[in-house]
Design a protein around this ligand. Structure first.
Ligand code: SF4
Length: 484
């Protein structure tokens, strides 16, 4: 469906706004959870203990409501394509096919295939492209964050801000994860890198760098997902950060506010966040939570309750950074539904939609820069200006750029050229860093015939060569880590 068709240009307003009440789908519709109580559901321990981690557990949950064909498709993807291991908390599982009543064997199969949350949390082999499953320029660590580490896990890419990867795990694993190089367990396709240093030593090195680098004022405290860090350790790190005079903005990255809201509703977490917010306010520092919601169906009453609990602690804001994904939300209606659901239902501020990065096997999710520009155009004017998300392209060696900011664009070959106005931490003595152009590549299957032909002639996609290159890259990085 074209973007123009999907917004219904032929009738009235292209997007008809309607306020929607949030609903927690009934989890007892799934055979494996038919006896699960509300008390269990709202317990973070129960949620963590009942995550779906493999095909066997999914089969135990759904039984024959889904055909064997689907399970085989999922199993094949895990063996041959998946860059992330499977990990879906019940809370997220329950937002799949929320409106389809089970009606006997196989009755959920087609709805499961079509479901947007399933699409990115449980990718199957038949979702992926077979012509160009990976772009020839796809790489692990496509944003070269490790190259810009100034302490292990601390990326200094922009002049005044840093990204602190405190830990390499999350309560949920997204199939499209841009940090697939490091985050989560290894899969048959990807051997993950491991941090070499002990967590306490790494965190101290990060703080040490920030104390002696007064030009940095803003820290994204991330991972992974900070919800997987024992609260006492996270609080200690945040309190230390608040002692660093130059730090004025702190953003906590947690998809779990949506994927496992039960975590953020625990008493010790709410009370601890109150202490952190109180010290931040005393010192005039802004502390906010940045979450990652990709579809309106994910915004349920429990997500709203957890957000409310966090805002009530006195933090400045809760903002959303989604990822633009074909099959999930790359449609103006889906994006606007999500933004209004966040804003009206949960008081979460729509902030960014990132284009999906050029990681291996992500071509079926990625959209072209031209389509991203059209989507940005179509979502303008409906939301308040302060809540209208920017669609951004994270250009390797550059950073986030609004999608209309490109310097030039070869639409036929899908190659966009971008410039930047600052040096990253690895370019201090690079005289050409600010005059050079940097490239981003559209998915080849979206290009006109002539462009696809050009890539057929010039872009080699030999899968064994790709795998060999990935292994070589992993070895190089492991060696670099050990030398840290
Ligand atoms: S929550 Fe974020 S870091 Fe974790 S798997 Fe998803 S995208 Fe990756």
């Amino acid at each position: 469906m074209s973007i123009e068709t999907s917004i219904g240009l032929e009738t009235g307003q292209p997007y008809p706004y309607r306020r929607v009440e949030l609903v927690e789908p009934d989890w007892t519709r799934f055979p494996g959870w038919k006896d699960v109580t509300t008390a269990d559901w709202e317990s973070v321990q129960w949620q963590r203990a009942h995550c779906i981690k493999n095909v066997r557990q999914l089969r135990e949950l759904l039984g024959d409501l889904v055909d064997e064909r689907f399970y085989a498709d999922l199993e094949r993807d895990q063996a041959e394509r998946a860059t992330m291991s499977m990990l879906v908390p019940p809370q997220m599982m329950n937002t799949m096919v929320p409106d389809v009543a089970p009606a006997g064997p196989g009755s959920l199969t087609e709805a499961f295939y079509a479901d947007p949350i399933r699409n990115y949390m449980l990718p199957v082999f038949s979702d992926r492209r077979t012509d160009w499953p990976s772009h020839p320029h796809a790489t692990r660590d496509s944003l070269h964050e490790h190259d810009m580490w100034v302490a292990e896990g601390l990326t200094h890419r922009y002049p005044t801000k840093v990204l602190a990867e405190l830990l390499p795990t999350c309560p949920q694993y997204c199939g499209h994860c841009t940090r697939m190089d490091l985050v989560g367990n290894s899969t048959p396709v990807i051997d993950k890198l491991k941090f070499a240093g002990k967590p306490a030593d790494r965190h101290e090195s990060m703080l040490d760098y920030l104390r002696r680098t007064p030009g940095v004022r803003d820290v994204v405290v991330s991972g992974g997902d900070v919800a997987n860090m024992p609260w006492a350790r996270l609080e200690a790190f945040l309190m230390s950060l608040l002692e660093v005079e130059n730090i004025r903005d702190i953003r906590l990255a947690t998809k779990a506010l949506m994927g496992l809201p039960q975590h953020w509703l625990q008493n010790d977490v709410v009370e601890g966040m109150g202490r952190v917010a109180s010290l931040a306010n005393e010192r005039g520092v802004s502390i906010a939570i940045h979450t990652h919601v990709n579809h309106a169906a994910s915004v349920t009453p429990l997500v709203a309750k957890a957000t409310r609990a966090m805002l009530d602690t006195g933090i400045r804001d809760v903002r959303n950074q989604g990822v633009l994904l074909n099959g999930v939300n790359a449609d103006p209606h889906a994006l606007l539904d999500l933004c209004f659901r966040l804003l009206d239902g949960a008081r979460i501020m729509p902030y960014y939609f990132y284009m999906c990065d050029m990681i291996p096997y992500s071509e079926h999710w990625r959209v072209s820069v031209a389509d991203a520009q059209r989507l940005q155009h179509h979502i303008m004017g409906y939301l308040p200006g302060f809540a209208t998300p920017r669609i951004v392209c994270d250009v390797p060696f550059v950073g986030k750029r609004w999608v209309h900011q490109l310097a030039s664009y070869d639409v036929e070959r899908g190659i966009s050229h971008w410039t930047k106005n600052y040096r990253t931490s690895i370019e201090a003595s690079d005289a050409d860093a600010l005059s050079r152009t940097y490239q981003y590549y559209d998915p080849i299957h979206t290009l006109p015939e002539a462009g696809q032909q050009w890539w057929t002639e010039h872009g080699s996609l030999d899968e064994s060569a790709l795998k060999a290159a990935e292994m070589a890259e992993a070895s190089r990085r492991t060696a670099a880590l050990q030398a840290f």
